[in-house]
Write a protein that binds this ligand. Sequence first.
Ligand SMILES: *[C@@H]1O[C@H](CO)[C@@H](O)[C@H](O)[C@H]1NC(C)=O
Ligand SMILES: *[C@@H]1O[C@H](CO)[C@@H](O)[C@H](O)[C@H]1NC(C)=O
Ligand SMILES: *[C@@H]1O[C@H](CO)[C@@H](O)[C@H](O)[C@H]1NC(C)=O
Ligand SMILES: *[C@@H]1O[C@H](CO)[C@@H](O)[C@H](O)[C@H]1NC(C)=O
Length: 470
Amino acid sequence: MFGSRVLGLVAAAGSVFAQTTVYEAESGALNGVTVGTSVTGFTGKGYVEGFDTATDSITFNISSMTSQLYNLSIVYNGPNGDKYTTVVLNGVGGSQISLPATTTWTTVPAGQVLLNAGANTIQIQNNWGWYLIDAIKVTPAAKRGAHKVTTTPINKNANSDAKALLKYLGSIYGKKMLSGQHDQTSLDWVTQNVGKTPAVLGVDFMDYTESRKSRGASSTDTDKAIAFAKKGGIVTFQWHWGAPVGLYDTAEHPWYKGFYTDATDFNIETALKDTTNANYTLLIKDIDTIAVELKKLQSAGVPVIWRPLHEAEGAWFWWGAKGPEPAKKLWNILYDRLTNHHKLNNLIWQWNSVAAAWYPGNAKVDMVSADTYSQGDHGPISATYNNLLALTNDTKIIAAAEIGSVMEPDQLKAYQADWVYFAVWSGEYISGGSWNSLDLLKRVYASDYVLTLDEIQGWKKTKTARSWEA
Ligand SMILES: *[C@@H]1O[C@H](CO)[C@@H](O)[C@H](O)[C@H]1NC(C)=O
Ligand SMILES: *[C@@H]1O[C@H](CO)[C@@H](O)[C@H](O)[C@H]1NC(C)=O
Ligand SMILES: *[C@@H]1O[C@H](CO)[C@@H](O)[C@H](O)[C@H]1NC(C)=O
Ligand SMILES: *[C@@H]1O[C@H](CO)[C@@H](O)[C@H](O)[C@H]1NC(C)=O
């Protein structure tokens, strides 16, 4: 292969040999960029620089003997600070890769690429620009071994409903995926238009929150969840938790956006400093209000995939606004209050941030998940999946808790992105046509890989759950 160089044989699991191939940047097709040699330490004849315009790119021709999954990495130098690049495979989609500041030639993982048999292209596109590219490397990805996930809840007193749910999820994990939809109205839209009912309903404790109820909000999501569970479905709750006090309540930042960091001056760090201040007390009061709802679910025999403090690492919600430590502290307070004080034993505790600094730890979490929105991209979100896999050392089941565009089942299987369920966000995301076409939704819902409500009937009974086990 022109412009490539074989690095040698690297032993991989199962005595398969993975051969890494290096493609020198200066040998790619250069568009708007040039070859430099002044920063020493590069390999080959130089490196590529001058990424300063949106259309600047390097295109590599890559051939593969078979259709196969490869690990991709980029060798770069970042003397101008933290930057991003975009990697595009065969001209479609594109994933953003972080290139942290460095003044030495550094290799960063850039996700995985499913190459076709024969010719392929990998393109490095400008994005933020102002970095130097020396080479890219592709290595055939080793097939991952069996998952090592725990299917025993962290709560020693978990009831039989919660235990059955986690066990059921474990039994399908890596073999099947549950379809899911947020919001009852959107779920009904799926039933009516796609012709299948999702297995998972996503609902919200948002309008049971004190600061919203006192301003006229109300909700029936608890009743909807119980009704859906009676039909044999699985429910997951998040909580858009409006801050208890400090809402700006202005035209620009209305009270109903009070879960957003920029709509309140509520300070989680100060509130959690001690257990006697007024704001700590208000947080506990809010948790107690939600406990009332969770108890109704527990009494009705409904286990809940419980996803509080979602997207904490994004910092756009007040619970993530002061960094990882207060968020993790609040997670522990929530767990203690709901489990030990309120004796709620029907909960599967699902964490929803990916970064290691935010992770409450394997002893505090039953499942992990991420929310990703990439309009019209029906890829497997495998880089995020692999980050979550690494986060827990593959000890926790992983879910795509909120997505915009559904994933292609074939891609999920090829990339071994074993999300146990997906849950599309409500409204235009599912029914607007631009995030998901109706044809694609029909194909995804009809896939053998994707389970719908009719296909999971009786999941609580061990016997049925076992039918998926290897
Ligand atoms: C890549 O392949 C295309 C199509 O065969 C060819 O036109 C182009 O010159 C190749 N680019 C490089 C850098 O080899
Ligand atoms: C490829 O990437 C995956 C996911 O990040 C990783 O687990 C694996 O060890 C890497 N290497 C090979 C040879 O598969
Ligand atoms: C509680 O939070 C509100 C809103 O941010 C703030 O004005 C008030 O000073 C806080 N109270 C205490 C005791 O920290
Ligand atoms: C995963 O394993 C690594 C290495 O053994 C360890 O450092 C890390 O703490 C583990 N992560 C978790 C979440 O237990």
